[in-house]
Design a protein. Structure first.
Length: 435
Protein backbone atom coordinates (compact mmCIF):
# COMPACT_ATOMS: atom_id res chain seq x y z
CA UNK A 1 0.00 0.00 0.00
CA UNK A 2 2.86 2.40 0.81
CA UNK A 3 4.39 1.76 -2.62
CA UNK A 4 1.06 2.45 -4.27
CA UNK A 5 0.62 5.73 -2.40
CA UNK A 6 4.14 6.71 -3.42
CA UNK A 7 3.19 6.04 -7.04
CA UNK A 8 0.09 8.23 -6.69
CA UNK A 9 2.00 11.12 -5.10
CA UNK A 10 3.56 11.84 -8.49
CA UNK A 11 0.12 11.88 -10.11
CA UNK A 12 -1.94 14.07 -7.76
CA UNK A 13 -1.63 17.29 -9.74
CA UNK A 14 -2.92 15.49 -12.84
CA UNK A 15 -5.65 13.68 -10.88
CA UNK A 16 -6.82 16.91 -9.26
CA UNK A 17 -7.03 18.68 -12.59
CA UNK A 18 -9.01 15.84 -14.17
CA UNK A 19 -11.49 15.71 -11.29
CA UNK A 20 -12.06 19.47 -11.17
CA UNK A 21 -12.54 19.69 -14.93
CA UNK A 22 -15.06 16.84 -14.79
CA UNK A 23 -16.93 18.51 -11.94
CA UNK A 24 -17.14 21.74 -13.94
CA UNK A 25 -18.48 19.90 -16.98
CA UNK A 26 -21.11 18.20 -14.86
CA UNK A 27 -22.26 21.44 -13.21
CA UNK A 28 -22.48 23.14 -16.61
CA UNK A 29 -24.82 20.34 -17.66
CA UNK A 30 -28.33 21.20 -16.45
CA UNK A 31 -29.86 18.16 -14.73
CA UNK A 32 -32.54 19.86 -12.65
CA UNK A 33 -35.20 17.47 -11.39
CA UNK A 34 -38.63 18.63 -12.53
CA UNK A 35 -40.39 15.60 -10.97
CA UNK A 36 -41.93 14.18 -14.14
CA UNK A 37 -39.09 15.32 -16.37
CA UNK A 38 -35.31 15.20 -16.13
CA UNK A 39 -32.19 15.37 -18.25
CA UNK A 40 -29.75 13.13 -16.40
CA UNK A 41 -28.93 11.44 -19.73
CA UNK A 42 -26.92 14.54 -20.62
CA UNK A 43 -24.63 13.87 -17.65
CA UNK A 44 -24.53 10.16 -18.50
CA UNK A 45 -23.20 10.99 -21.98
CA UNK A 46 -20.34 12.94 -20.42
CA UNK A 47 -19.47 9.99 -18.17
CA UNK A 48 -19.70 7.55 -21.08
CA UNK A 49 -17.00 9.48 -22.91
CA UNK A 50 -14.78 9.63 -19.81
CA UNK A 51 -15.11 5.90 -19.18
CA UNK A 52 -14.51 5.10 -22.86
CA UNK A 53 -11.25 7.05 -22.81
CA UNK A 54 -10.14 5.24 -19.64
CA UNK A 55 -11.18 1.79 -20.83
CA UNK A 56 -13.70 1.25 -18.01
CA UNK A 57 -16.70 -0.93 -18.86
CA UNK A 58 -20.16 0.39 -18.06
CA UNK A 59 -23.85 -0.06 -18.68
CA UNK A 60 -26.39 2.70 -19.34
CA UNK A 61 -29.97 2.33 -18.13
CA UNK A 62 -32.46 4.94 -19.33
CA UNK A 63 -35.39 4.30 -17.00
CA UNK A 64 -37.60 6.67 -18.97
CA UNK A 65 -36.83 9.23 -21.70
CA UNK A 66 -34.15 11.57 -20.37
CA UNK A 67 -33.77 9.84 -16.99
CA UNK A 68 -30.34 8.27 -17.39
CA UNK A 69 -28.40 5.99 -15.03
CA UNK A 70 -24.89 4.60 -15.55
CA UNK A 71 -23.19 1.70 -13.76
CA UNK A 72 -19.44 1.10 -14.26
CA UNK A 73 -17.40 -1.82 -12.95
CA UNK A 74 -13.73 -2.72 -12.58
CA UNK A 75 -13.26 -6.41 -11.88
CA UNK A 76 -11.29 -7.52 -8.81
CA UNK A 77 -9.42 -10.78 -8.27
CA UNK A 78 -11.95 -12.25 -5.81
CA UNK A 79 -15.58 -11.71 -6.78
CA UNK A 80 -16.61 -13.67 -3.71
CA UNK A 81 -15.65 -10.77 -1.44
CA UNK A 82 -18.54 -8.66 -2.71
CA UNK A 83 -18.17 -5.38 -4.53
CA UNK A 84 -17.46 -1.91 -3.20
CA UNK A 85 -20.07 0.46 -4.64
CA UNK A 86 -19.55 4.21 -4.96
CA UNK A 87 -22.94 5.84 -5.47
CA UNK A 88 -23.86 9.40 -6.42
CA UNK A 89 -26.91 11.01 -7.97
CA UNK A 90 -26.77 13.02 -11.18
CA UNK A 91 -29.85 15.21 -10.71
CA UNK A 92 -30.07 18.47 -8.78
CA UNK A 93 -32.74 20.65 -7.27
CA UNK A 94 -33.72 23.74 -9.20
CA UNK A 95 -31.74 26.93 -9.69
CA UNK A 96 -32.35 30.05 -11.78
CA UNK A 97 -31.14 29.99 -15.40
CA UNK A 98 -31.78 33.73 -15.74
CA UNK A 99 -31.95 36.61 -13.26
CA UNK A 100 -29.70 34.65 -10.90
CA UNK A 101 -28.16 37.82 -9.47
CA UNK A 102 -31.61 39.03 -8.43
CA UNK A 103 -32.08 35.76 -6.54
CA UNK A 104 -28.85 36.29 -4.61
CA UNK A 105 -26.35 34.17 -6.55
CA UNK A 106 -22.81 35.51 -6.78
CA UNK A 107 -22.09 33.42 -9.89
CA UNK A 108 -24.22 31.80 -12.57
CA UNK A 109 -25.45 28.49 -11.03
CA UNK A 110 -24.57 26.67 -14.25
CA UNK A 111 -21.22 28.30 -15.06
CA UNK A 112 -19.07 26.34 -12.56
CA UNK A 113 -16.82 29.34 -11.96
CA UNK A 114 -14.05 29.34 -9.35
CA UNK A 115 -14.23 32.49 -7.24
CA UNK A 116 -10.87 34.20 -6.86
CA UNK A 117 -11.77 35.63 -3.43
CA UNK A 118 -12.90 32.52 -1.52
CA UNK A 119 -11.42 29.76 -3.70
CA UNK A 120 -14.78 28.01 -4.08
CA UNK A 121 -16.28 26.46 -7.19
CA UNK A 122 -19.87 27.74 -7.49
CA UNK A 123 -22.79 25.95 -9.05
CA UNK A 124 -25.91 23.90 -8.55
CA UNK A 125 -24.86 20.39 -7.58
CA UNK A 126 -21.39 21.38 -6.34
CA UNK A 127 -21.98 19.70 -2.96
CA UNK A 128 -25.23 17.85 -3.72
CA UNK A 129 -23.73 15.86 -5.19
CA UNK A 130 -21.87 16.17 -8.46
CA UNK A 131 -18.62 16.47 -6.53
CA UNK A 132 -19.06 12.81 -5.48
CA UNK A 133 -19.73 11.87 -9.11
CA UNK A 134 -16.53 13.60 -10.21
CA UNK A 135 -14.41 12.10 -7.42
CA UNK A 136 -15.76 8.56 -7.88
CA UNK A 137 -15.43 8.55 -11.67
CA UNK A 138 -11.92 10.00 -11.50
CA UNK A 139 -10.88 7.30 -9.03
CA UNK A 140 -12.35 4.60 -11.27
CA UNK A 141 -10.48 5.92 -14.29
CA UNK A 142 -7.12 6.16 -12.53
CA UNK A 143 -7.47 2.72 -10.97
CA UNK A 144 -7.95 1.39 -14.49
CA UNK A 145 -5.33 3.62 -16.12
CA UNK A 146 -2.59 2.85 -13.59
CA UNK A 147 -3.29 -0.87 -13.71
CA UNK A 148 -4.05 -1.06 -9.99
CA UNK A 149 -4.99 -4.60 -8.94
CA UNK A 150 -8.05 -4.88 -6.69
CA UNK A 151 -9.07 -7.73 -4.44
CA UNK A 152 -12.78 -7.07 -5.03
CA UNK A 153 -14.92 -5.44 -7.74
CA UNK A 154 -15.14 -1.65 -7.67
CA UNK A 155 -18.46 -0.31 -8.94
CA UNK A 156 -19.76 3.19 -9.60
CA UNK A 157 -23.47 3.99 -9.92
CA UNK A 158 -24.48 7.42 -11.21
CA UNK A 159 -28.23 7.53 -10.68
CA UNK A 160 -31.14 9.73 -11.65
CA UNK A 161 -34.11 11.11 -9.76
CA UNK A 162 -32.80 11.24 -6.19
CA UNK A 163 -34.01 14.76 -5.47
CA UNK A 164 -37.61 13.90 -4.61
CA UNK A 165 -39.09 11.79 -1.85
CA UNK A 166 -40.96 9.45 -4.20
CA UNK A 167 -38.10 8.96 -6.66
CA UNK A 168 -38.72 6.12 -9.07
CA UNK A 169 -36.26 6.41 -11.99
CA UNK A 170 -32.89 6.08 -10.28
CA UNK A 171 -31.62 3.72 -7.57
CA UNK A 172 -35.10 2.38 -6.90
CA UNK A 173 -35.50 1.51 -10.58
CA UNK A 174 -32.09 -0.19 -10.70
CA UNK A 175 -32.80 -2.38 -7.67
CA UNK A 176 -36.28 -3.58 -8.35
CA UNK A 177 -31.34 7.27 6.61
CA UNK A 178 -34.11 9.17 8.26
CA UNK A 179 -37.36 8.33 6.61
CA UNK A 180 -39.97 10.72 5.31
CA UNK A 181 -43.68 10.96 4.69
CA UNK A 182 -45.80 13.42 2.75
CA UNK A 183 -49.12 14.42 4.28
CA UNK A 184 -51.96 16.50 2.90
CA UNK A 185 -53.96 18.50 5.43
CA UNK A 186 -57.26 19.72 4.01
CA UNK A 187 -59.71 22.14 5.62
CA UNK A 188 -63.23 22.29 4.19
CA UNK A 189 -65.56 25.22 4.60
CA UNK A 190 -68.25 27.29 2.88
CA UNK A 191 -67.41 29.73 0.13
CA UNK A 192 -67.71 33.45 0.70
CA UNK A 193 -66.89 36.88 -0.58
CA UNK A 194 -63.35 38.12 0.02
CA UNK A 195 -64.50 41.54 1.15
CA UNK A 196 -65.73 40.33 4.56
CA UNK A 197 -64.18 38.47 7.47
CA UNK A 198 -64.99 34.77 7.74
CA UNK A 199 -64.17 33.20 11.10
CA UNK A 200 -64.50 29.76 9.58
CA UNK A 201 -62.26 30.49 6.57
CA UNK A 202 -60.52 27.16 5.75
CA UNK A 203 -57.61 28.97 4.07
CA UNK A 204 -56.72 30.84 7.25
CA UNK A 205 -57.16 27.66 9.29
CA UNK A 206 -54.69 25.78 7.09
CA UNK A 207 -52.32 28.74 7.35
CA UNK A 208 -52.56 28.57 11.13
CA UNK A 209 -51.86 24.86 11.12
CA UNK A 210 -48.86 25.38 8.84
CA UNK A 211 -47.50 28.06 11.15
CA UNK A 212 -47.96 25.81 14.17
CA UNK A 213 -46.16 22.93 12.47
CA UNK A 214 -43.29 25.15 11.39
CA UNK A 215 -42.72 26.68 14.83
CA UNK A 216 -43.33 23.75 17.18
CA UNK A 217 -40.51 21.41 18.18
CA UNK A 218 -41.80 17.85 18.15
CA UNK A 219 -40.95 15.45 21.02
CA UNK A 220 -37.47 13.98 21.42
CA UNK A 221 -37.05 10.55 19.79
CA UNK A 222 -33.83 8.77 20.78
CA UNK A 223 -32.68 5.82 18.68
CA UNK A 224 -29.40 4.01 18.06
CA UNK A 225 -28.44 6.31 15.18
CA UNK A 226 -28.90 9.73 16.80
CA UNK A 227 -27.58 8.43 20.11
CA UNK A 228 -24.37 7.37 18.34
CA UNK A 229 -24.14 10.81 16.72
CA UNK A 230 -24.55 12.77 19.96
CA UNK A 231 -22.28 10.50 21.99
CA UNK A 232 -19.68 10.57 19.23
CA UNK A 233 -19.69 14.37 19.19
CA UNK A 234 -19.61 14.52 22.99
CA UNK A 235 -16.56 12.25 23.15
CA UNK A 236 -14.51 14.84 21.23
CA UNK A 237 -15.35 17.72 23.57
CA UNK A 238 -14.01 18.98 26.92
CA UNK A 239 -15.74 17.72 30.08
CA UNK A 240 -18.40 20.43 30.54
CA UNK A 241 -19.35 20.47 26.85
CA UNK A 242 -19.33 16.67 26.85
CA UNK A 243 -21.99 16.70 29.59
CA UNK A 244 -24.01 19.37 27.77
CA UNK A 245 -24.20 17.27 24.59
CA UNK A 246 -25.07 14.06 26.45
CA UNK A 247 -27.95 15.87 28.19
CA UNK A 248 -29.40 16.56 24.73
CA UNK A 249 -30.64 12.97 24.92
CA UNK A 250 -32.70 13.72 28.03
CA UNK A 251 -36.42 14.38 27.31
CA UNK A 252 -36.74 16.77 30.24
CA UNK A 253 -34.08 19.27 29.10
CA UNK A 254 -33.33 18.51 25.43
CA UNK A 255 -35.56 21.23 23.98
CA UNK A 256 -34.21 23.86 26.39
CA UNK A 257 -30.57 22.95 25.70
CA UNK A 258 -31.12 23.08 21.94
CA UNK A 259 -32.48 26.62 22.33
CA UNK A 260 -29.21 27.63 24.04
CA UNK A 261 -27.05 26.56 21.10
CA UNK A 262 -26.13 28.83 18.17
CA UNK A 263 -28.88 28.80 15.54
CA UNK A 264 -27.07 26.62 13.02
CA UNK A 265 -26.12 23.98 15.62
CA UNK A 266 -29.63 24.00 17.06
CA UNK A 267 -31.19 23.59 13.63
CA UNK A 268 -28.85 20.75 12.63
CA UNK A 269 -29.00 18.78 15.87
CA UNK A 270 -32.73 19.40 16.32
CA UNK A 271 -33.36 17.77 12.95
CA UNK A 272 -31.79 14.49 14.08
CA UNK A 273 -33.29 14.40 17.58
CA UNK A 274 -36.96 14.62 16.65
CA UNK A 275 -39.34 14.31 13.77
CA UNK A 276 -39.64 17.46 11.67
CA UNK A 277 -42.93 18.63 10.16
CA UNK A 278 -42.22 21.17 7.42
CA UNK A 279 -45.03 22.79 5.41
CA UNK A 280 -43.93 22.94 1.78
CA UNK A 281 -46.98 23.94 -0.27
CA UNK A 282 -50.31 25.64 0.44
CA UNK A 283 -53.22 26.03 -1.95
CA UNK A 284 -56.75 27.23 -1.54
CA UNK A 285 -59.59 28.96 -3.24
CA UNK A 286 -60.47 29.10 -6.90
CA UNK A 287 -60.89 32.81 -7.59
CA UNK A 288 -59.48 36.15 -6.45
CA UNK A 289 -62.60 38.31 -6.29
CA UNK A 290 -61.52 40.67 -3.53
CA UNK A 291 -58.52 40.33 -1.26
CA UNK A 292 -57.89 43.62 0.62
CA UNK A 293 -59.98 46.77 0.29
CA UNK A 294 -58.62 50.27 0.94
CA UNK A 295 -57.41 50.48 4.52
CA UNK A 296 -57.69 54.27 4.77
CA UNK A 297 -60.21 56.75 3.43
CA UNK A 298 -63.99 56.97 3.55
CA UNK A 299 -64.50 53.70 1.69
CA UNK A 300 -63.55 51.69 4.76
CA UNK A 301 -66.01 53.44 7.06
CA UNK A 302 -68.84 53.80 4.55
CA UNK A 303 -68.88 50.14 3.66
CA UNK A 304 -71.38 47.86 5.33
CA UNK A 305 -69.92 44.35 5.15
CA UNK A 306 -72.34 41.46 5.21
CA UNK A 307 -71.17 38.82 7.67
CA UNK A 308 -73.37 36.38 5.80
CA UNK A 309 -73.89 33.99 8.71
CA UNK A 310 -70.88 31.75 8.02
CA UNK A 311 -70.80 29.83 11.30
CA UNK A 312 -69.92 26.28 10.29
CA UNK A 313 -66.38 25.38 11.44
CA UNK A 314 -64.23 23.93 8.65
CA UNK A 315 -63.66 20.18 8.74
CA UNK A 316 -59.99 19.17 8.75
CA UNK A 317 -58.71 15.91 7.27
CA UNK A 318 -55.17 14.49 7.19
CA UNK A 319 -54.17 12.20 4.33
CA UNK A 320 -50.89 10.30 3.94
CA UNK A 321 -49.77 10.78 0.33
CA UNK A 322 -46.57 8.71 0.50
CA UNK A 323 -44.12 7.40 3.05
CA UNK A 324 -40.44 6.52 2.86
CA UNK A 325 -38.90 4.26 5.46
CA UNK A 326 -35.84 5.19 7.48
CA UNK A 327 -32.54 3.33 7.39
CA UNK A 328 -29.94 2.81 10.09
CA UNK A 329 -26.85 0.69 9.57
CA UNK A 330 -25.88 -1.72 12.34
CA UNK A 331 -22.62 -0.27 13.69
CA UNK A 332 -21.78 -3.65 15.26
CA UNK A 333 -21.83 -5.38 11.89
CA UNK A 334 -18.23 -6.62 11.33
CA UNK A 335 -18.18 -5.36 7.73
CA UNK A 336 -19.41 -1.95 8.85
CA UNK A 337 -16.86 -1.83 11.69
CA UNK A 338 -14.04 -2.66 9.27
CA UNK A 339 -15.10 0.08 6.85
CA UNK A 340 -15.35 2.64 9.65
CA UNK A 341 -11.93 1.62 10.98
CA UNK A 342 -10.45 2.21 7.53
CA UNK A 343 -12.11 5.62 7.34
CA UNK A 344 -10.80 6.51 10.80
CA UNK A 345 -7.24 5.62 9.80
CA UNK A 346 -7.44 7.61 6.59
CA UNK A 347 -9.01 10.64 8.26
CA UNK A 348 -6.43 10.49 11.06
CA UNK A 349 -3.66 10.60 8.45
CA UNK A 350 -5.24 13.23 6.21
CA UNK A 351 -6.80 15.49 8.88
CA UNK A 352 -4.30 15.57 11.73
CA UNK A 353 -6.09 12.93 13.78
CA UNK A 354 -9.63 14.33 13.51
CA UNK A 355 -12.26 11.83 14.73
CA UNK A 356 -15.12 10.52 12.62
CA UNK A 357 -18.58 10.55 14.17
CA UNK A 358 -21.58 8.43 13.08
CA UNK A 359 -24.33 10.77 11.93
CA UNK A 360 -28.07 10.50 11.50
CA UNK A 361 -28.73 12.35 8.25
CA UNK A 362 -31.89 14.50 8.42
CA UNK A 363 -32.43 14.37 4.66
CA UNK A 364 -33.33 11.38 2.53
CA UNK A 365 -30.80 9.58 0.32
CA UNK A 366 -30.63 6.52 -1.93
CA UNK A 367 -29.20 4.42 0.91
CA UNK A 368 -32.76 3.35 1.72
CA UNK A 369 -33.18 2.00 -1.80
CA UNK A 370 -29.97 -0.05 -1.63
CA UNK A 371 -30.79 -1.35 1.85
CA UNK A 372 -34.01 -2.82 0.45
CA UNK A 373 -32.25 -4.86 -2.24
CA UNK A 374 -34.41 -7.97 -2.75
CA UNK A 375 -31.51 -10.46 -2.92
CA UNK A 376 -28.62 -8.96 -0.96
CA UNK A 377 -28.07 -7.22 2.36
CA UNK A 378 -25.42 -4.61 1.63
CA UNK A 379 -23.71 -2.52 4.28
CA UNK A 380 -24.59 1.09 3.42
CA UNK A 381 -22.54 4.02 4.72
CA UNK A 382 -22.89 7.67 3.79
CA UNK A 383 -19.36 8.92 3.15
CA UNK A 384 -18.71 11.86 0.85
CA UNK A 385 -15.62 13.63 2.16
CA UNK A 386 -15.12 17.39 1.76
CA UNK A 387 -13.07 19.69 3.96
CA UNK A 388 -14.76 23.02 4.71
CA UNK A 389 -12.94 26.04 6.10
CA UNK A 390 -14.08 27.44 9.41
CA UNK A 391 -17.03 29.79 9.00
CA UNK A 392 -18.49 28.20 5.86
CA UNK A 393 -21.91 26.83 6.77
CA UNK A 394 -21.98 23.44 5.06
CA UNK A 395 -25.65 22.58 5.69
CA UNK A 396 -26.83 25.88 4.18
CA UNK A 397 -25.17 24.99 0.87
CA UNK A 398 -27.41 21.99 0.19
CA UNK A 399 -30.23 23.20 -2.10
CA UNK A 400 -29.24 26.75 -1.19
CA UNK A 401 -28.34 29.97 -2.96
CA UNK A 402 -24.62 30.16 -3.79
CA UNK A 403 -24.07 26.42 -3.51
CA UNK A 404 -20.31 25.96 -3.73
CA UNK A 405 -17.43 23.71 -2.80
CA UNK A 406 -13.96 24.81 -1.66
CA UNK A 407 -11.52 23.67 -4.34
CA UNK A 408 -8.87 22.73 -1.77
CA UNK A 409 -11.52 20.92 0.27
CA UNK A 410 -12.54 19.01 -2.85
CA UNK A 411 -8.94 17.97 -3.51
CA UNK A 412 -8.62 16.83 0.10
CA UNK A 413 -11.82 14.79 -0.21
CA UNK A 414 -10.58 13.19 -3.42
CA UNK A 415 -7.44 11.98 -1.66
CA UNK A 416 -9.42 10.68 1.33
CA UNK A 417 -11.89 8.80 -0.84
CA UNK A 418 -9.09 7.37 -3.01
CA UNK A 419 -7.23 6.15 0.09
CA UNK A 420 -10.38 4.54 1.51
CA UNK A 421 -11.17 2.81 -1.79
CA UNK A 422 -7.64 1.45 -2.16
CA UNK A 423 -7.56 0.08 1.38
CA UNK A 424 -11.04 -1.45 1.27
CA UNK A 425 -10.12 -3.09 -2.04
CA UNK A 426 -6.68 -4.21 -0.76
CA UNK A 427 -5.18 -2.55 -3.82
CA UNK A 428 -1.75 -3.17 -5.31
CA UNK A 429 0.04 -1.47 -8.19
CA UNK A 430 0.49 -4.10 -10.88
CA UNK A 431 3.97 -2.83 -11.77
CA UNK A 432 5.07 -3.15 -8.14
CA UNK A 433 3.71 -6.61 -7.36
CA UNK A 434 6.46 -9.06 -6.50
CA UNK A 435 6.16 -12.16 -8.65
Amino acid sequence: MDQLKELLENKWEEIDRSAIELLQRLIRTDTQNFVDEGTEMEAVRILQKVFDEAGVSYKVIESRPGRGNIVARIKGKDAGQGALLLNAHLDTVRAPKTNWREEGWKHDPFAAEIDEEDGCLYGRGAVDMKHMVAMSVTIMCYVAGLGIELSRDLVFAGVADEERSDSAWGAKYLIAEKGSAALRITAHGPGGHGSVVHKDNPVSLVGGIAHKLATTRLPLRVNDANKATIEGLASTLPYHKNLFFRWLLSPSVSSYLLSMLPEEQSRTLGAILSNIATPTAIGGGEQFNQTIKHLVGPELFDSKPDAGGHTTAPAVTIEVLRERTSYCEDLDNPTCRHALDVMRRVIAARAEGAPIVPNLLPGATDLVQYSEHPHKKPVCIGFSPIRFPKGLNMSALFHGVNERIPVEGFKWGLRVLFDVVLELCSAKAASLVTK
